[in-house]
Design a protein around this ligand. Structure first.
Ligand SMILES: Nc1ncnc2c1ncn2[C@@H]1O[C@H](COP(=O)(O)OP(=O)(O)OP(=O)(O)O)[C@@H](O)[C@H]1O
Length: 301
């Protein structure tokens, strides 16, 4: 059984994605979703992934979670090649309404994976109570998901993942369907749980501000077929809050930089273009960037 007690040493390699390539093939042709991705995530890190729509973010998470076999390359978790859903992983999806069972109460939803993990009744009780308390839902264990707001339902999904005591938590645009205020609260909840539990988090989002607010690193993906445009280090203080952090000049600088990269990605820019420009020494023919976008003026902030 995988528990927090045998959690890997912080700083050791938790996830190793090496030369990952994914081509979908069907009777109508083939789609190269991911060309070549190589990156590592250390135990205890919080890493966000952003990129243009259709870049292959969900495909990447599906390969990491063992739901899709890679066409080439490997994914290893704690040193073992992923060939099916790994034991020490939990996933939170955007569609909380579809991921919760409407005929089960909140506590039964949280308990279900623990039963599948064959954890004894008393320990299940403790894990469910602790997880619901941690996400602020200790008072509604016997409610049904459909009796709760969207934000509360997503808290149930997070409680279910946390109760499972994963070593790594994958989150695929988990807050895309909730309102802005709830989203800010859930972001703070994820940061708090991450701090408290020491779990490794890989968080996919469309929201550049969210990626910087949450992450220690932001992996910016190119358009399809996907490669990494840049692995951006987020050197913001570990203690973050919605007002102070978002008003930090470094936050503004990072937001402008990541925005710039995503805009370039949308226009088809790829890392090999930079190499080509550098090697010819000629004038850059890169697409226009942040200077003419809605964040104009932030670039040098
Ligand atoms: N089962 C499939 N069969 C064929 N092509 C697919 C399949 N799933 C995804 N694709 C294609 O692979 C590419 C990447 O899709 P994916 O859903 O991973 O992107 P994404 O970055 O998660 O998109 P979004 O940000 O819009 O959610 C897209 O061109 C998509 O059409």
């Amino acid at each position: 059984m995988t528990t927090t007690t045998d959690r890997p040493t912080p700083g050791s390699t938790m996830l190793d994605v090496s030369g990952l390539k994914k081509v979908y093939t069907s009777s109508t042709g083939s789609t190269e979703a991911i060309r070549d991705l190589t990156f590592q995530v250390k135990a205890g890190e919080m890493v966000c992934i952003v990129g243009p729509s259709g870049a292959g973010k969900t495909t990447l998470l599906r390969c990491i979670s063992g739901l899709l076999p890679p066409t080439a390359g490997t994914v290893s978790l704690e040193g073992e090649t992923v060939a099916g859903p790994p034991k020490g992983m939990a996933v939170v999806f955007q569609e909380y309404a579809r991921s919760l069972f409407p005929w089960l109460t909140v506590e039964q939803n949280v308990e279900l994976p623990l039963k599948e993990k064959r954890i004894g009744k008393a320990e299940r009780r403790r894990l469910v109570d602790t997880a619901l308390e941690a996400v602020g839902l200790g008072d509604v264990p016997r409610s049904y998901p459909w009796q709760l707001s969207g934000g509360m339902q997503q808290r149930v999904a997070i409680a279910r993942a946390v109760a499972y005591e994963p070593h790594i938590l994958l989150m695929d645009e988990p807050f895309a369907a909730v309102d802005a205020q709830t989203r800010a609260d859930l972001e703070d909840l994820v940061r708090a749980l991450w701090h408290r539990l020491g779990v490794t988090v890989l968080f996919v989002t469309h929201d550049i501000d969210e990626s910087i607010y949450l992450g220690q690193r932001v992996l910016v993906l190119s358009g399809r077929p996907t490669v990494i445009l840049e692995d951006v280090q987020v050197n913001l203080p570990a203690q973050r809050d919605q007002l102070t952090t978002r008003n930090d000049p470094e936050f503004a600088r990072l937001r402008a930089h990541v925005y710039d990269l995503v805009q370039k990605a949308k226009r088809g820019y790829r890392p090999e273009d930079a190499v080509a420009v550098a090697s010819t020494g000629g004038p850059s023919d890169l697409p226009p960037t942040v200077g003419d976008g809605p964040y104009a003026g932030l670039a040098g902030a």
